[in-house]
Structure formats: C-alpha cells, structure tokens
Design a protein around this ligand. Structure first.
Ligand code: T3D
Length: 270
C-alpha cells in the first residue's frame, strides 16, 4: 500500500466509484509545478491509464489556486541563463502528450487561478469545469517567455489567431465568465459546488460505455487535422468497432427492455 502524506505529497490520488481524483497539492505556491509534482503527476496518470476500474478522471487543485504554471521560486535569475527547452522536453511536453494519449475522459475542475503551463494542462483535458472565482492568466509574456505546453496550438484552434494574439500579447487575465465565453471551460459552478459537480460528471461518464467514449475522444483528436473525407472514413471505421462491442449490444438491449444499461461492473480483484 502506498502511504501518502497529504501535507507533503505534491499530488493526492484518490480512487472512487469508477473514477479517480488527482489533486495538485502545493497550495502555498498555487500548485505551481516543480519536478516532484511533475514526477508524481506522471505516475498518477500512468496508474489511471493502467487501472481498469478507473474509467474517468478529475484533475483539480488544493487550496485557493488551480495551478500557477512553473514554480518561479525554482528559478534563480542570479545563477545565470538556462536552456528552457530542457524542462519543456523533460516535463511539460511529455505531460501534454501523456494527457492527450490517455484515452479516458479527463475532467478538469479549475478551482481557482490558473496561469502559464497550467492553462496548457486545462486545455489538454477533455471537459473543463471551473469555479466562479477562477481566473485564467496567460502570464508567460510577463516574465519574458513564450506560451508553451501547447497553449499556442490549443488557443489558435479554440478562439482563432486574432483573439489568441490579443490574449497572449496583453497577458490578459480572464474571469470565469470570459473563460466560458471563449470556450476554455464548459460550465461554471459556485466554488463549494465545483467538485461535487465534477464528481457527478466523472461518475456518470465512468458508468457509461467506455469504448464509445474512448473512440469519440480519438475521433475528435483526428478531426483537428483530417479533411471531411478522411473523417467520414474514420467515423465508419470507429463505428464498425463500436458496433461489434458488447457495450453496443447492452445499450440496445437495455433500450428495448426499458431498463438502464449496465456498462461497468467493478472488477473485484482490483
Ligand atoms: O521555466 C520553465 O521551466 C519553462 C516553463 C514555463 C512554463 C510556465 O508556466 S511559465 C509561467 C510561470 N508562471 C507565472 O509566471 C505565474 C506567476 N504568478 C502570478 O502571476 C500570480 O501569482 C497569479 C496571477 C498566478 C495569481 O495572482 P494572485 O494575486 O491571485 O496570487 P499571488 O499573491 O500572486 O500568489 C499567491 C502565492 O503564490 C504567493 O506566495 P506568498 O507571497 O503568499 O508566499 C506567490 O509567490 C505564490 N505563487 C504564485 N505563482 C507562483 C507562486 N510561487 C511560485 N511559482 C509560481 N508560479
């Protein structure tokens, strides 16, 4: 059994009814990333991928913030210049790739301020919810850096190059309503209700058809770059796979028998 000290562990990992909650846990630094948090998050995502009883995932933050990007206390400007492509290649790029490759639905519950690479983390997940108190700060330009962690890629696709440029060049801080208007987040909740709603969503998705969910996420990933002709072929290929699944059989049987479908039964050996 892994013993986690909630006072010192940079990540809290809790398994629930078909889903898991990963909590970024460096509240005094607004859950900014240091190498320990990167390593622990990578391990928690890997376990979420491997554990068949985890069928959806919530990522949230402890305390007042969600994630303030890179921990700036770790950078001592007096120690000379440092090749920042190294932390990107070591930590940030693998994190975004790991999130995109993890084909289980990832719900991000943005409980407070999010800045820098934290924005990339939000945009790499599948469904984003936020607290009405959340703020979205670009932040990179304020310290003379370029948006990273996929933020340039995500934002051009999400809001178009005109608004992406304006946000990045002004280092704007968006309110929760603006973030919703821009499509960063799907729904906004009162702070004390955010996690409750994220858990209802995670549980509902976990008890739904995993194959349908996974193929949907994958199809939408391909849609970013495919032509309509390629996408139609892909949909047919994925529908063939889904159509042969036990989940499809169960879904249709349940409909005809006027009962709720049963897609998920906890595996007892886990
Ligand atoms: O460098 C590389 O490895 C390359 C990769 C880069 C990726 C990046 O993410 S670059 C961007 C790094 N992040 C930032 O520049 C954000 C810096 N923080 C802020 O701009 C503001 O703190 C926020 C807009 C996020 C929130 O503002 P506010 O007013 O709500 O809170 P605050 O008072 O500024 O911060 C509260 C505490 O959190 C404070 O500590 P204290 O004084 O109470 O002891 C502050 O120092 C700490 N904190 C906030 N952000 C960071 C942080 N500590 C370390 N690192 C942070 N990024």
């Amino acid at each position: 059994m892994t013993v986690i000290n909630i006072n010192t562990s940079p990540i809290l990992f809790e398994k629930k009814d078909g889903y898991a909650i990963i909590t970024l846990n460096r509240p005094a630094q607004l859950n900014a990333f240091n190498s320990d948090m990167h390593h622990a998050l990578k391990a928690a995502l890997k376990e979420s991928e491997n554990d068949e009883n985890i069928r959806s995932l919530i990522i949230t933050g402890a305390g007042q913030g969600f994630c303030a990007g890179q921990d700036l206390q770790d950078i001592n400007p007096n120690l000379g210049k440092f090749d920042l492509s190294i932390p990107l290649a070591t930590f940030y790029n693998p994190l975004i790739k790991q999130l995109r490759a993890l084909k289980k639905p990832k719900i991000v519950a943005v409980n407070g301020v999010v800045a820098g690479a934290g924005i990339g983390l939000v945009l790499a997940c599948d469904i984003a919810l936020c607290s009405s108190e959340a703020k979205f700060a670009m932040a990179f330009g304020k310290i003379g850096l370029v948006p990273d962690s996929g933020v340039t890629w995500f934002l051009v696709k999400l809001i178009g190059v005109t608004r992406a440029k304006a946000l990045m060049l002004t280092n704007a801080v968006l309110t929760s309503s603006e973030a919703q208007e821009y499509g960063f987040v799907w729904r906004i909740y009162e702070p004390y209700k955010l996690l409750q709603h994220a858990e209802i969503l995670a549980r509902d998705i976990a008890h739904g058809s995993l194959i349908g969910t996974q193929l949907t996420i994958e199809a939408l990933d391909y849609a970013e770059t495919n032509t309509i002709y390629e996408q139609l072929d892909l949909e047919a290929k994925f529908q063939k796979k889904a159509g042969y699944s036990n989940d499809h059989k169960e879904g249709v049987s349940a409909f005809l028998e006027k009962r709720p479908p049963i897609f998920y039964k906890k595996l007892s050996n886990k």
